[in-house]
Design a protein around this ligand. Structure first.
Ligand SMILES: [Zn+2]
Length: 268
């Protein structure tokens, strides 16, 4: 199972300047499926740039209706369905993304919703696709229907906060994550409403205690302020493995799977 960052930037200014790429991330071979999460501007092009094929996608997931998370979703749906000719794949998104909510969205046309299986998730709801369980998690963000995603196959959990301010629900809902991916927009304690800063992320890493914590969706101030050093500081303070995503970074997720108990351990 492989995680690839098709971008590590986020927020309006990192996006419109492309100081960091904004294609979201992809998980390949999760229960035999390839899924693309939050395909912002450039996602299609970055997929090819980093050696992956959008034709091999089984699912597209969009957490909320901000451009840095959704703009390439429709073209990826076209790739996933071979130009809308194969009844294949699934689309999971917030209500704002799929149907629209108040002044937010919709981000996907009726045409693009007509072929894949479509699921709307509100925080706390789960959809099951074979053995893969996707649960929406709570956020506090500009789009009131924004969600994070928790992916579970057997006892392996990869959790993604998406964009959110710090709320107590985060610790509870991401609690069992083996790998935690968080949108962190600013360094230190520099808070921006509806987003995590590095200090908020550190608190969450302490509470969730994952085997690996990755900060992505880095905003302009954080990009300019040595995100690797911020990650190193949080690693020292928490004793956990913490890294800042880089454009094109690949991670072998199998290293972080819970070890299977052997029969002998079981008996003892
Ligand atoms: Zn956002």
């Amino acid at each position: 199972m492989k995680l690839t960052f098709l971008g590590s930037g986020g927020g309006r200014f990192a996006t419109i300047t492309q100081k960091r790429m904004t294609g979201g991330f992809r998980i390949d071979d999760i229960d035999g499926k390839n899924i693309h999460i939050d395909p912002g501007p450039g996602a299609l092009v970055r997929t090819y740039q980093f050696g992956l094929s959008p034709l091999k996608l089984n699912g597209v997931l969009v957490s909320h209706s901000h451009t840095d998370h959704y703009t390439d979703a429709e073209v990826l749906i076209e790739a996933m369905t071979r130009g809308m000719t194969w009844k294949k794949g699934f689309l999971v998104g917030s209500k704002s993304v799929i149907d629209g909510y108040e002044r937010w969205g919709p981000c996907i046309s009726k045409y693009h919703k007509s072929i894949p299986r479509v699921n709307i998730l509100e925080a706390g709801e789960t959809v099951k696709i074979d053995k893969l369980r996707v649960t929406a998690t709570s956020t506090k963000h500009g789009d009131p229907k924004a969600v994070g995603f928790k992916f579970q196959v057997d006892d392996f959990i990869i959790s993604y906060t998406s964009d959110t301010g710090y709320i107590p629900e985060l610790a509870r809902e991401h609690k069992d994550a083996d790998v935690l991916i968080a949108s962190v927009i600013r360094p230190d304690g520099d808070r921006l409403h509806g987003h995590l800063c590095a200090d908020d992320f550190q608190k969450l890493v302490e509470e969730v205690s994952p085997k690996l914590a990755i900060m992505t969706h880095l905003g302009m101030k954080l990009i300019m302020n040595h995100p690797d050093q911020e990650a190193e500081r949080i690693k020292k303070n928490t004793g956990k493995q913490v890294i800042a995503a880089r454009d094109g970074m690949e991670i072998d997720l199998d290293e972080f799977r819970p070890k299977q108990q052997t029969l002998d351990e079981f008996k003892s």
